[in-house]
Ligand binder design. Sequence first.
Ligand SMILES: N=c1c2ncn([C@@H]3O[C@H](COP(=O)(O)OP(=O)(O)OP(=O)(O)O)[C@@H](O)[C@H]3O)c2ncn1[C@@H]1O[C@H](COP(=O)(O)O)[C@@H](O)[C@H]1O
Length: 107
Amino acid sequence: MKALERDYQTVVERKANPEEGSYTTYLYNKGLEKILKKVGEESTEVVIAALSQSKEELIGEICDLSYHVLVLMAEKGITLEDVEAELDRRAEKQHNLKAERKPIVNR
Ligand SMILES: N=c1c2ncn([C@@H]3O[C@H](COP(=O)(O)OP(=O)(O)OP(=O)(O)O)[C@@H](O)[C@H]3O)c2ncn1[C@@H]1O[C@H](COP(=O)(O)O)[C@@H](O)[C@H]1O
């Protein structure tokens, strides 16, 4: 997804070059615990929105969570390619398992 790639590049850039007034820089300065706290908070807000709010509000909360996960990834040196490689590995594994499955014979 292009927006995720763009935002990931932005948060990585903020790590290399901190900017005054940047929320991302604020998070890095606060450190890992603060980033993890935000990921936890935003996850809970996604759950609440899914249960009781509109689709638009849920999309907003998913965006907040995605952004904070990107900051966590940059903080931990994880790239989008790392995540993509793991997703590909899982898809390949599921594909192979599916090929091995015996068809269910209807009686
Ligand atoms: N996608 C986001 C994004 N989503 C959410 N947020 C910020 O996340 C914060 C979360 O709001 P909260 O009310 O939960 O938190 P808060 O009360 O403001 O602050 P704390 O609880 O963290 O103390 C808000 O201040 C939002 O502005 C984001 N901040 C930045 N981005 C992206 O990151 C880019 C760089 O932003 P800066 O680093 O600010 O230049 C931007 O161009 C955006 O693309």
